[in-house]
Ligand binder design. Structure first.
Ligand code: IFM
Length: 467
C-alpha cells in the first residue's frame, strides 16, 4: 500500500466540466437502533441476531449507533466532510411493519426529517430501499423465495417514493442482492439464515424482479435516477487451463456477476449461468414478461468493492475452503477461495486494481454510468487516544481505491461517484461490532462520536475536488 502522506492527484474536472462526486454511506439496521420504536415491525435481522451463534459477539442492531435519535449529529458529521452525498437506507419494517398493508406514518416521518436535515446542509440524499432488513412476516410467508415478496417490495417502494420523491432524486432499489440471496438462503450466514442450496436461485430472480418493479413505481412518482447496487467482483482464478478450473471460474462469475448484470443488459440468463442455476430456466419461476421488465431497468450501476475473488478447484470438502462465502455458490463445482496478503482486519485481500478493472469492465458491459457506492476497510483501530484515532492504514486503503476510481474515469469509464463505506463504526452483520469500517469512531457506552484521521483525510479530498 502506498504511504498515506503522498498527495493524491485528483483530476478535478473532465472536459465536459463534470467532476467525480464524493459521499459516505450507512444502512438502516447497521446504525439506527430503536427497533421497537414508532411502530417499527420485526425484521429478519432481529430474528437472526437472536439465534445463538449467528453473530460473532452475540450482538444485534437493537441500539447500534442510535442514529434514529442522533440523525442530526450524523448529518452534521457528513456535512463536516464536505462531501456531496449521504447514502442511507430505508427500513421497510419501519414504513410497512407487516411487509404489506398498513403504512406507519411515524416511520416515514423519520426519513422525512432525515432528508430535510441533509438538504438543509447542502447534501444530496441518496436512498436505498432495501439493505437487507426484510419484514419478518414476509419471511414467514416464504421470503425472497416467493414471488409475492417482489410484488410487496414494489408496493413499499411506491409508498416511500410518494413521500420522499419530491426531495430525493437518486434511488437505489437493492443493496448487494448477492448477499440477500446467496448469503441469506444458501450459505445461511446472513438473515434469514437458511441453507436451501439451489433454491437460492429463486431468491436471485425474485430480487431482480423486485428491483425492476420497484424502479418502475419510483419513476412513476416523478423524475428519479434509479439504479441497483451490486457487489460485483473481479474473478481472478488461482488455477487455469483445466476443465475443472474453468468450470469453477465460470460458475463463480455467473453467480457473483452475471446473474445480476445479464438480465439488466441482455434481458436473459446465459447458458453458463443456467448450467449452475437450472432453476432460472423454470418458466414457473421466470414468467413471461419478467426478463423484459428487468431489461434496461437501471439508470446506473452501483458497485460495492472491497476485494477480488480468487477461486480454485477444491482439494478438500465441497465449497468450504474455510471461507464463509464458500456455500454461497450453489451448483458451482467444489472450490476454495485463495486470499493473498495484505488483508484488512476482516481478512479481505487488499488490491485496488480490482476496483479499476471492475469499473472499466462494468461501464463497457452495461453502457451505463457506474458509481462506487461502497468502498472502505475494516481496520483494528478502536482505540481513541487524546481524542484521536490515527487510522493511517484506512487512509492508505481509501487513498489507493480513490486513485483507482480516478484512473478508471481518466481512461474513459463514466464513473460518477465514490462513496466511502462507512460514516460510523456500526453493526457489521454476522461480525457484530468486532469489525470497524467507520470514518467516525463510536463509543458504545455513551455514543460519543470521534472523527478519525481518515475522516479528516476524506474532508481534504472533498475540498480538493470542489476547488
Ligand atoms: O457493512 C457492509 C454493508 O452493509 C454492505 N457491504 C459490505 C459492508 C462491509 O461488509
Amino acid at each position: 500500500m502506498s504511504t498515506p502522506q503522498t498527495p493524491l492527484s485528483l483530476p478535478v474536472r473532465l472536459a465536459d466540466g463534470s467532476r467525480l462526486e464524493l459521499g459516505t454511506a450507512t444502512a438502516s439496521y447497521q446504525v439506527e437502533g430503536a427497533i421497537a420504536e414508532d411502530g417499527r415491525g420485526p425484521s429478519i435481522w432481529d430474528t437472526f441476531t437472536a439465534r445463538p451463534g449467528a453473530v460473532r459477539d452475540g450482538s444485534s442492531g437493537e441500539v447500534a449507533c442510535d442514529s434514529y435519535h442522533r440523525y442530526l449529529e450524523d448529518a452534521d458529521l457528513v456535512a463536516g466532510l464536505g462531501v456531496d452525498w449521504y447514502r442511507f437506507s430505508i427500513a421497510w419494517p419501519r414504513v410497512v411493519p407487516a411487509g404489506t398493508g398498513a403504512v406507519e406514518q411515524r416511520g416515514l416521518d423519520y426519513y422525512d426529517r432525515l432528508v430535510d436535515a441533509l438538504l438543509e446542509r447542502g447534501l444530496k440524499p441518496t436512498a436505498t430501499l432495501y439493505h437487507w432488513d426484510l419484514p419478518q412476516p414476509l419471511e414467514d410467508a416464504g421470503g425472497w423465495l416467493v414471488r409475492e415478496t417482489a410484488e410487496a417490495f414494489a408496493d413499499y417502494a411506491e409508498v416511500v417514493a410518494g413521500r420522499l420523491g419530491d426531495r430525493v432524486g437518486t434511488w437505489a432499489t437493492l443493496n448487494e442482492p448477492w448477499c440477500a440471496g446467496y448469503l441469506g438462503y444458501a450459505a445461511g450466514v446472513h438473515a434469514p439464515g437458511r441453507s436451501e442450496g439451489g433454491a437460492a436461485h429463486r431468491a436471485a430472480h425474485h430480487l431482480m424482479l423486485g428491483h425492476a418493479l420497484a424502479a418502475e413505481r419510483v419513476r412513476a412518482n416523478g423524475p428519479a435516477d434509479v439504479g441497483i447496487v451490486l457487489n460485483l467482483a473481479p474473478i481472478w482464478p488461482e488455477t487455469t487451463g483445466t476443465p475443472e478450473a474453468d468450470a469453477v471460474t465460470d460458475g463463480v462469475d455467473a453467480l457473483r456477476n452475471r446473474v445480476w448484470l445479464d438480465p439488466l443488459v441482455d434481458g436473459a440468463y446465459d447458458e453458463g449461468l443456467l448450467a449452475v442455476a437450472p432453476e432460472l430456466g423454470d418458466p414457473e419461476l421466470v414468467r413471461e414478461g419478467d426478463l423484459a421488465a428487468i431489461l434496461g431497468s437501471a439508470d446506473w450501476i452501483g458497485i460495492n468493492y472491497y476485494t477480488p475473488v480468487r477461486p480454485t478447484p477444491a482439494t478438500g470438502a465441497a465449497n468450504e475452503g474455510g471461507h464463509p462465502e464458500g456455500g454461497a455458490y450453489p451448483g458451482v463445482p467444489p472450490f476454495d477461495l485463495v486470499v493473498r496478503e495484505p488483508v484488512t482486519d476482516i481478512g479481505w485481500e487488499i488490491d485496488a486494481s480490482g476496483l479499476e478493472e471492475l469499473l472499466v469492465t462494468t461501464a463497457e458491459r452495461t453502457g451505463l454510468p457506474v458509481l462506487v457506492m461502497e468502498n472502505g476497510a475494516a481496520m483494528a483501530d478502536t482505540a481513541v487516544t487524546d481524542g484521536r484515532v490515527d487510522d493511517q492504514d484506512r487512509i492508505g486503503y481509501l487513498r489507493d481505491h480513490l486513485a483507482a476510481t480516478v484512473a478508471a474515469r481518466a481512461s474513459g469509464a463514466d464513473v460518477r461517484a465514490y462513496v466511502v463505506w462507512t460514516l460510523l463504526d456500526n453493526f457489521e452483520w454476522a461480525e457484530g461490532y468486532t469489525k470497524t469500517f467507520g470514518l467516525v469512531h463510536i463509543d458504545s457506552r455513551d455514543q460519543t462520536r470521534t472523527p478519525k484521521a481518515s475522516y479528516h483525510w476524506v474532508a481534504e479530498q472533498a475540498a480538493a475536488l470542489r476547488a
